[in-house]
Design a binder for this molecule. Structure first.
Ligand code: C2E
Ligand code: SIN
Ligand code: SIN
Ligand code: FE
Ligand code: FE
Length: 402
């Protein structure tokens, strides 16, 4: 299992370093080329193409095929003018229309119930044989479609064509969706990297966008009052406040590594499922292990420790299948970084007050009762005190970011 984690960690790190190096590249064509190349590498796919949305049509914009062209991009001109409608006729069109990933194990043996058909004209013209297909919509931070990336013919370690594994699907999905922002901007800076990492975590943009914004603002407000009471200098307050409002946004970034079956389960998780769910702290923290700045460092602490409890009964601690990683035991009291203690309270307050796929929102009074009774157990008692002092502000924040 340690090997598995190491592999994931290496993959995530290589995604991030690739994203950073994209910074050097100018021009959308080069960027598309690199994105397609890296996505194919992550999923070990023999071929792939990118379609970009223009005037509500999908324009074929880049193609790579190891078997046919060898070196990348060589045959792009061949298919340069092909355009597909955004409709369920084709696999790419269907993925664009529904904004859903389409996974096909055998293109020539499609389930008769699927709405799309596989277009074999590419295969016929080029004497290629497509079998497994992974089609991922590229969605930007406003939840709008930018294009579609299609990977063809996953290969196993012997180079034999196989189906796309869960791991490769997750990694290609993470990368492709980060890429949507790069494609859109055609350039990249540090802020964009942060945004991409966050965006990649948004399995469910409808729910998490506002949740992320609220948890960020609650955290900043709770910190501000706590720090004022402590007599912390204004400049330090301002600095920490800026950091925590950004760091808090990424607290659940690691949920991208959790399968949708668990994440979107409309019922209570089993112990086993919850065991898997707990890994979101460690997965997310891995994105920030090479902490270069104060913000990276705080983001790492928040992601890793936002489910710790004041009484030491939280996690990650020892998370199953994550041996040998960042944590070997749960933290307690002031061992838990302040920013993580604050985000823990903000996150639970928001989770209880909002609807989730597995629960209805709770009545205000019931939420307050739980938070009060968890003071000194789940939460830092000083922070709970501050929480009730600024409850009016917190409720106003809630009304603003519905
Ligand atoms: P989340 O939905 O953002 O919830 C964050 C935290 O709020 C939870 O951390 C928990 O401390 C608190 N919380 C949320 N709902 C409830 C509730 O109904 N009762 C109580 N007492 N506390 C609540 P936790 O438990 O570590 O869960 C982490 C994440 O795991 C959750 O994030 C959610 O994504 C997922 N999760 C937890 N339980 C379930 C479940 O029963 N079904 C599903 N589908 N997901 C769950
Ligand atoms: C982003 O653009 O930052 C992703 C959306 C979000 O953080 O809610
Ligand atoms: C979420 O709360 O699931 C989104 C996390 C993030 O935007 O980093
Ligand atoms: Fe969490
Ligand atoms: Fe959360």
């Amino acid at each position: 299992m340690a090997t598995d984690m190491r592999r994931e960690k290496n993959t995530v790190e290589s995604i991030l370093s690739t994203i950073r190096s994209l910074n050097q590249i100018k021009g959308v064509d080069m960027i598309l080329d690199r994105i397609l190349f890296e996505s194919r590498r992550l999923a070990n796919a023999d071929a792939g193409s990118i379609y970009l949305l223009k005037d509500n049509k999908l324009v074929f914009s880049n193609v790579q095929n190891d078997s046919l062209f060898g070196s990348r991009g060589a045959g792009a001109a061949l298919y340069a003018d092909s355009v597909l409608p955004v409709s369920s006729e084709t696999v790419v069109g269907h993925s664009a229309l529904t904004k859903e990933t389409v996974v096909i194990d055998d293109a020539y043996n499609l389930d008769p119930d699927v709405p799309y058909t596989f277009q074999s004209s590419f295969d016929e013209e080029s004497h290629y044989h497509s079998r497994s297909i992974l089609t991922i919509p590229l969605i930007n931070s406003n939840d709008a479609l930018v294009g579609v990336i299609q990977l063809i013919n996953a290969r196993d370690e012997h180079g034999q064509i196989t189906t796309f594994s869960e791991h490769s699907k997750t990694m290609a999905f993470l990368f492709a969706n980060s890429a949507a922002v790069i494609i859109e901007h055609g350039l990249l800076n540090r802020e964009t990297i942060l945004r991409m990492v966050r965006m990649a975590a948004l399995h469910d943009p409808k729910e998490t966008g506002a949740h992320v914004q609220r948890v960020s603002t609650f955290s900043a407000e709770i910190y501000q009052r706590w720090a004022e009471k402590k007599g912390i200098p204004d400049q330090e307050i301002k600095n920490f406040r800026d950091l925590i409002s950004l760091a808090a946004m990424s607290h659940d970034a690691g949920k991208v590594g959790i399968s949708d079956t668990i994440l979107k389960k409309p019922a209570k998780l089993t112990d086993e499922e919850f065991g898997v769910m707990k890994r979101h702290t460690i997965y997310g923290a891995q994105l920030f292990t090479d902490a270069a700045t104060e913000l990276d460092k705080m983001t790492y602490e928040v992601i890793l420790h936002h489910h710790e409890k004041w009484n030491g009964k939280g996690y990650p601690g020892k998370v199953e299948h994550c041996e040998g990683t960042e944590c070997s035991r749960s933290l307690a009291g002031e061992e838990i970084p302040l920013a993580a203690r604050i985000v823990a309270l903000a996150d639970v307050f928001d989770a209880l007050s909002s609807s989730r796929c597995y629960k209805e929102p709770w009545e205000k009074e019931k939420v307050y009762d739980v938070i009060r009774s968890e003071s000194g157990k789940h939460f830092d008692p000083e922070l709970v005190e501050v929480f009730f002092e600024i409850i009016d502000i917190l409720c106003a924040v809630q009304r603003k970011y519905q």
